[in-house]
Design a protein around this ligand. Structure first.
Ligand code: SF4
Ligand code: SF4
Ligand code: FES
Length: 322
């Protein structure tokens, strides 16, 4: 199989700016992207830098960007990549922020690891460190983790997250999925403390913009976005939620659906922001002009609004799982 790759090259110690090198290779039909990078390094250019270790999708070190999508190089068949992206495969580091580039495809993931560390990614429990037998938990307890413990810390989700682009303090999908890994574990004794931490505005769950990019790129099926949704629920269930713009937004959402059966965008902002709503006036005027929001007296109601209201009330009185 003929494969053409354009690979991002940048040595901050020598180069003024990054450039792309083109390589045309002949590889086996079942080759993966990591085989192509190895071929380049071993046969054409030993100076190419990238990370790799296990070659089996376990260590998380070989994550790169392929034609704009974050992937594990060792789990990406080239044949499928060519079908998806066309004849020229563009390989780049997870982040092209020049300050993060160590060399070529290798980036400094300190920000990622710092956030992972902040959520204390280990069981906090008073357990015997030298037990005589295994400390087993029931299969139904393991199911509650919903694959959150499959995370290999590759960073694919973190460097695809839209919220982190806008807010460097946001903990991000990996650290939040990791938090859920422990708040869902019946043996962990720090559930409330963990929830209080991720409830904080600016860093926690409320700053996820629900773009779902983290689901799309995760090579292990962790689905961080759904774990974040479970954390929202746990924050309310455990009585951790404080009155803030984010929790009022969630309450306003429910209020609007019960009243109209559909979302009243204008009232939602008023509900969430209270008197601070005045700072959104310019946007509100634009939205009014384009029909995106309505005056309260013009707000339509969905068909079957009474039934929708009943459904919301039933969901509010039933225990939330997760
Ligand atoms: S859904 Fe949330 S956590 Fe996931 S990538 Fe989007 S903003 Fe980030
Ligand atoms: S959640 Fe998935 S994408 Fe994110 S670091 Fe873990 S394994 Fe990688
Ligand atoms: S080399 Fe370990 S996950 Fe790819």
């Amino acid at each position: 199989m003929d494969v053409t790759l354009k690979v991002y090259r940048f040595n901050p110690n020598e180069d003024e700016k990054p450039h792309y090198e083109k390589y045309t290779l002949i590889l086996r039909d079942d080759a993966v992207l990591l085989d192509a990078l190895n071929e380049i390094k071993w046969k054409f250019d030993g100076s190419l830098s990238y990370r790799r270790s296990c070659r089996h999708g376990i260590c998380g070190s070989c994550a790169v960007k392929l034609n704009g999508k974050n992937v594990l190089a060792c789990k990406t068949p080239l044949k499928k990549a060519i079908e998806d992206f066309g004849d020229v495969l563009i390989v780049e580091p997870l982040s092209k922020n020049k300050e993060k580039i160590i060399k070529d495809l290798v980036i400094d993931k300190k920000d990622f690891w710092d956030k992972n560390k902040k959520v204390k990614p280990y069981l906090i429990a008073n357990i015997d460190e030298h037990p005589e037998k295994e400390n087993l938990i029931k299969p139904e307890e393991v199911e509650k983790l919903e694959d959150a413990d499959y995370c290999i810390a590759c960073g694919c989700c973190y460097y695809a997250c839209e919220s982190i682009r806008a807010n460097k303090d946001f903990l991000g999908p990996q650290a939040l999925a990791k938090t859920y890994r422990f708040t869902a574990d019946g043996r962990d004794e720090a559930k409330k403390e963990r929830l209080e931490f991720v409830d904080k505005l600016g860093i926690g769950v409320w700053d996820c913009v629900k773009c779902q990019a983290c689901i799309e790129v995760c090579p292990k099926g962790v689905d961080p976005f759904t774990k974040i949704t479970h954390l929202h629920n746990q924050i309310f269930e455990e009585g951790v939620a404080k009155k803030n713009v984010a929790t009022k937004h969630a309450e306003g959402f429910v209020h609007s659906i019960k009243k109209h059966g559909i979302l009243d965008e204008g009232m939602l902002v008023l509900y969430s922001e209270g008197v601070n709503v005045a700072r959104h006036l310019p946007e509100a005027m634009e939205m009014l002009k384009k029909g995106k929001i309505k005056f309260p007296w013009n707000m339509p109601k969905s068909e079957g609004v009474e039934e929708i209201k009943k459904l919301v009330e039933i969901s509010q009185t039933h225990e939330l799982k997760g």
